[in-house]
Design a protein around this ligand. Structure first.
Ligand code: 3PG
Ligand code: MG
Length: 379
């Protein structure tokens, strides 16, 4: 994989550069961008290219429906620099706007998924998008696990490079593939069946793996504990996971009754009416000394149902990690849910180590050590 900063800046001047970013951000009830994390991280490459005097044609997806628009994103990007938004992807308006660009200009075209050919990795769309530039830069790490026209197909038609964010993400995640010992991984989320290979991987490569979130319910169920109304997966972990010496277990939980009352319980005391909504204090106490010793900590997935306000243990972990980061440990945190859940923990996000913009992409990279959109860069 080659990074765009390997080309002398002088050679970028006047060049039209197609930049695939991941500006897939959440909106609030008024339709405004509610979290600029991905925009802020993605802007560095745009600014780098502008400074070099390049003409930046920005592509991104937003949501999963073709009618979703990048208009609010264009608005939110203005705080970083001037962006001309074009409500078109491959028509006259888009082609005309690109043709009229001057050095240092930035044009944001419409949602790449507004074209049904995008997710099919259709070659004709890839070609049309490639025609906007002389160089392709992929900075959309969070979408690099998708083999789509704007992430994979386009690279066939242009010299293709990683952006600065893509480069940083890969650098850090390569360290996470071979973590410095003592290492500690935290994996939450749901759907055990999709995470089983990664869990086995992390158990083998990390000194400790703490399984949390809805995945912890799967561990309980597999051990024969009652889980009541808690979310559980279709498949459950087998003995290879349950008996692994690196597995750190949840030893107490916060259980919510149907009337909303929540209480700390031991797993065996969970009733049929209960819903497990978070881990408990004894679990935190058990993992604390392990985290305090760890040199490398990987975290993807909050411990509880943060959307329902169960964030206190996720925040407590974030505080612990901030201390470890200050003491020189390497920390990698990823997943939109995780970052959303710790954003109001009262800790500066810059104090928490490396925050990955990827969710699914991060997990897939950790499993496979590569992604489809990375494979096509700089060959
Ligand atoms: C994400 O938010 O996970 C990425 O932008 C990818 O989006 P997708 O899951 O809709 O492909
Ligand atoms: Mg996703």
């Amino acid at each position: 994989m080659k990074c765009i900063d390997e080309i002398p800046k002088s050679e970028l001047k006047g060049k039209r550069i197609v930049v695939r970013a991941d500006f897939n951000v959440p909106f609030d009830a008024h339709g405004n961008v509610s979290d600029i994390f991905r925009l802020k991280r993605g802007w560095d490459t745009v600014q780098y290219l502008r400074d070099a005097g390049a003409r930046v044609v920005l592509l991104s997806h937003i949501g999963r429906e073709p009618e979703e628009t990048l208009a609010p994103v264009a608005h939110a990007l203005q705080r970083f620099g001037p962006v001309v938004r074009i409500a078109d992807l491959t028509g006259h308006a888009a082609r005309g706007a690109v043709a009229a660009m001057k050095d240092g200009d930035v044009v944001l075209l419409e949602n790449v998924r507004s074209d049904a050919r995008e997710t099919k990795n259709d070659e004709s769309l890839a070609k049309e998008l490639a025609a906007y530039g002389e160089i392709f830069v992929n900075d959309a790490f969070a979408a690099a696990h998708r083999a789509h026209a704007s992430t994979v197909g386009i690279a066939k038609f242009l010299p293709s490079y990683a952006g600065l964010l893509m480069r940083d993400e890969i650098r850090v995640l390569n360290n996470a593939l071979k973590p410095r010992s003592p290492s500690f991984a935290i994996l939450g989320g749901a759907k055990f069946e999709t995470k089983a290979p990664l869990i086995k991987n992390l158990l083998a490569t990390y000194d400790h793996l703490f399984i949390t979130g809805a995945l912890a319910n799967d561990v309980f169920k597999a051990q024969g504990f009652p889980v009541g109304r808690s979310r559980v997966s279709e498949e459950l972990p087998g003995l290879d996971i349950l008996q692994h010496s690196s597995l750190v277990r949840t030893v107490d939980v916060v259980a919510e009754r149907p009337d909303g009352h929540a209480q700390v319980k031991k797993p065996q005391d969970v009733t049929a009416e209960d819903k497990i909504v978070d881990m408990g204090p004894d679990t935190f106490a058990a993992m604390t000394p392990l985290i305090e010793k760890a040199n490398f900590i990987l975290w993807n997935g909050p411990t509880g149902l943060y959307e329902d306000g169960y964030v206190s243990w996720t925040h407590a972990i974030a505080e612990l990690l901030a201390k470890r980061a200050a003491a020189g440990a390497s920390i990698v945190i990823g997943g939109g849910d995780t970052i959303a859940a710790i954003q109001d923990a009262g800790i500066g996000m810059d104090k928490l180590g490396f925050l990955s913009t990827g969710g699914g992409a991060m997990l897939e990279y950790l499993l496979k050590g590569t992604l489809p959109a990375i494979e096509v860069l700089g060959r």
